[in-house]
Design a protein around this ligand. Structure first.
Ligand code: SF4
Length: 337
C-alpha cells in the first residue's frame, strides 16, 4: 500500500460513508448500485435502489421481468439505456451462465452497459479483488493530485496508470469506497483542500476550476394531449434507441405544424388547441423545451390506428415507464380534466 492509499483509507475510517444500503458483499447489489450511480448522485439513486431490490431481489427476478416493468421502476432516474442494458445483462447471465456472476473485471465489462471502471468497482466491492477504478470522482482527485490536465487519450492512459498504482492489494473494497467518497465529499468541483488527507503533496493550484461553461444548445418538441372520455390520455411507446428509448410518452413532433400529421399517423384527427407554456428538461448535452398541445374534439380513425404501439393511461399507479417530465405533464392534465 503506498502513502496515497494509506492516507485515503485512514480518512475513510472516520469521514467516509459506511451505511449505504448497497455496501454488502453481494455482486447483484453492487452491480445494480454501480449502474444506478453512473451519472446519478447517491441521494437520488438510493430510493430507486431500495425499490428495485424489493421488486427484483435477484438476477433471476430481474431476468424474468418484462422490460416494461423494469423501465417503469426506473422512471424518473434518467439515462434509460442503463435500465435496458441492466435487463439485457441479467438475461445473458441467467440464460448463458446459469445466474452465476463473473469474478473478473474483464468478464463484467463484456456485459451490456458495464464499462471498465464500473466492472472494476463491482469486483473490488463484491469480491475484494484488486481492480482500479476511474469514475468521475476518482478522475478529479487523481488529476488534481498529480497535476494532470486534459481529456485526450494519453491523459486517460496516464490517469489509469495512477489509478492502478494507488490501488492497494489489500483492503481493496474499503479503498475503492474511500477514493470515491473523497472525490464526492471533499475534492468536489470546489474542493475543500484544508480537510483533505492528500493536501500534502497535492499539485492542485486552483487553475482548472471551470469558469463559465458555454450554454447548452436547445431543442424543442411539441407533444399532443389526446384524451378520450373514460379512457384517459393517449401514450405511445418511443423507439427502442435514442433518448427515453422504449419508454411511454406523448405523441410528438419537432414542429407545431407537423403535429397534425403525427396525430393522423396514430389514427386520430382533431383541432389543435393553443400551445401551453413549455416545460424544460435538461440533458447532458442539450436543453429540451416540451410544449404540450391539447387536441380538441379528437376522433379516432380506427382503421389507421390498428397496430400502433399505443395505450390509454388514466393515472393508475405505478403506471408504465414514462420520462419524468412527461409523467408530470400527463398527471397535470389528468388532474385538471
Ligand atoms: S488537496 Fe484539494 S485538490 Fe488536492 S486532492 Fe485534496 S481536495 Fe482535491
Amino acid at each position: 500500500m503506498d502513502g496515497f492509499s494509506a492516507k485515503v483509507l485512514a480518512w475513510y475510517r472516520h469521514h467516509g460513508r459506511h451505511d449505504l444500503p448497497w455496501q454488502v458483499a453481494d455482486p447483484y447489489a453492487r452491480w445494480l448500485a454501480e449502474v444506478m450511480l453512473q451519472q446519478t448522485t447517491v441521494t437520488a439513486a438510493r430510493p430507486y435502489y431500495e425499490r428495485f431490490m424489493r421488486r427484483f431481489p435477484s438476477v433471476q427476478a430481474l431476468a424474468h421481468a418484462s422490460l416494461d416493468d423494469v423501465l417503469a421502476l426506473w422512471s424518473g432516474l434518467g439515462y434509460y439505456a442503463r435500465a435496458r442494458n441492466l435487463h439485457a445483462a441479467a438475461r445473458l447471465l441467467v440464460d448463458r451462465h446459469a445466474g452465476v456472476f463473473p469474478r473478473t473485471a474483464d468478464e463484467w465489462a463484456a456485459l451490456p452497459g458495464i464499462g471498465p471502471s464500473t466492472a472494476a468497482a463491482i469486483v473490488a466491492f463484491a469480491f475484494n479483488i484488486p481492480a482500479a477504478i476511474l469514475d468521475a470522482n476518482v478522475r478529479r482527485v487523481l488529476s488534481r493530485y498529480h497535476g494532470v490536465r486534459g481529456r485526450d487519450a494519453p491523459t486517460e492512459r496516464l490517469l489509469w496508470s495512477y489509478a492502478r498504482t494507488h490501488t492497494p492489494t489489500r483492503h481493496v473494497a474499503a479503498y475503492t469506497q474511500a477514493i470515491m467518497d473523497l472525490g464526492a465529499l471533499v475534492c468536489r468541483k470546489t474542493p475543500d483542500c484544508p480537510t483533505c488527507p492528500l493536501a500534502d503533496g497535492c499539485a492542485f493550484d486552483g487553475a482548472e476550476t471551470p469558469a463559465r461553461r458555454p450554454p447548452k444548445p436547445e431543442r424543442a418538441v411539441y407533444m399532443a394531449i389526446i384524451t378520450a372520455p373514460d379512457q384517459g390520455i393517449l401514450l405511445v411507446r418511443r423507439p427502442p434507441r435514442g433518448i427515453w428509448g422504449g419508454l411511454w410518452s406523448l405523441p410528438e413532433s419537432a414542429a407545431l405544424a407537423a403535429l397534425p400529421a403525427t396525430i393522423q399517423a396514430l389514427g386520430f384527427e382533431g383541432a389543435l388547441g393553443d400551445p401551453a407554456p413549455p416545460v424544460w428538461h435538461v440533458f447532458t448535452h442539450f436543453r429540451l423545451s416540451i410544449t404540450p398541445v391539447r387536441v380538441l374534439r379528437s376522433a379516432r380513425l380506427a382503421a389507421v390506428a390498428e397496430g400502433c404501439d399505443a395505450m390509454w393511461y388514466k393515472g393508475a399507479l405505478p403506471g408504465p415507464g414514462m420520462p419524468a417530465p412527461v409523467r408530470r405533464l400527463v398527471n397535470q392534465f389528468l388532474e385538471a380534466s
